[in-house]
Design a protein around this ligand. Structure first.
Ligand SMILES: C[S@@+](CC[C@H](N)C(=O)[O-])C[C@H]1O[C@@H](n2cnc3c(N)ncnc32)[C@H](O)[C@@H]1O
Length: 271
């Protein structure tokens, strides 16, 4: 049986066993989880290295019916462990892993469909307290962006949102010619480990607004980019106003959010 790669599902099948094993081995497997969810297993090149691990039980979520048929035929240990459908629209409450009535933590792994990798991360952020670790391959530029520190030109909106909750490391680059069919771009593998932060220390909705507005007009100073939100006097008097969003670390965005939430309208005392 052969699964025909479908472009609209971002199907580029990895055809290098050594790289597949290297990606699978990046999961530490001992970080407070017993379950691993692979997003987009396709024909199971990563799955084959996950299933034998004793540290965790592997489940998969796959949208492509043809791949699901293939997995059911050739990966018998996956019986009862395949979520068929679109990860993006699935209610995370279905990920009970046989523990009905509970929502256990789980790690995420996958060679993500590149066209929806950002959406996958926004979805993971919704359940970040259940996901202590993520290992994934995605377009190299996106992988680099997510791991980029403040001040780098590829540091962006999703870098801030993810780095608020995860420590991110760029692991290695993968050439296009190890895929069938080869994608037009290089790929990058990253690992995310949940940090110890349980609360940002500022209003999270406001934080989201401030970061979004800042990066919406990333070439402008924050004084201009944040105008649509209404800049408080406290924020206006701060040193952040002459900076651009890409220059602010997560901690500085939190500080700025607190200033932008200041209802007193007074500028902070200066020395
Ligand atoms: C880049 S391929 C990787 C396949 C395989 N893991 C490999 O490395 O060869 C992406 C996989 O994600 C699946 N996929 C695409 N969109 C999806 C979605 N919304 N939910 C779940 N799986 C999806 C595709 O069908 C495909 O199998």
């Amino acid at each position: 049986m052969y699964v025909k790669p479908k472009k609209h599902l971002g199907q580029h099948f990895l055809d290098d066993q050594r790289i597949a094993q290297k990606i699978a081995d990046l999961l530490t497997g001992h970080d407070g989880y017993r379950y691993v969810l692979e997003i987009g297993p396709g024909t199971g090149v990563l799955t084959q290295y996950l299933l034998p691990k004793s540290e965790y039980e592997t489940y998969v979520v796959e949208i492509d019916t043809e791949s699901v048929t293939y997995l059911k035929k050739y990966f018998l240990p996956l019986k009862g462990r395949i979520f068929e459908g679109d990860f993006l629209t699935m209610d995370p409450a279905v990920f009970t892993f046989g523990q009905e009535g509970s929502e256990p933590p789980f790690a995420v792994i996958g060679n993500f469909p590149y066209n929806i990798s950002s959406q996958i991360f926004f979805k993971i952020l919704e359940i970040k307290d259940r996901v202590p670790e993520v290992v994934c391959m995605l377009q190299r530029e996106v992988a680099q962006r997510l791991a980029a520190p403040a001040g780098k030109k590829d540091y962006g909106l999703l870098s801030v949102f993810l780095q608020a909750w995860y420590d991110i490391t760029y692991e290695f680059t993968v050439d296009p010619d190890v895929f069938i069919p080869p994608p037009k771009v290089h790929s990058g593998v990253i690992r995310l480990k949940r940090n110890k932060v349980t609360e940002l220390g500022c209003d999270e909705r406001k934080f989201t607004q401030v970061v979004k507005a800042g990066f919406n007009q990333r070439r402008k100073t924050l004084r201009n980019a944040l105008k649509p939100l209404g800049i408080t006097e406290a924020a206006a008097a701060s040193h952040f106003m002459d900076k651009r969003a890409e220059q602010l670390s997560v901690a500085e965005f939190i500080e700025l959010t607190l200033l932008m939430s200041d209802k007193s309208g007074k500028a902070p005392a200066t020395e």
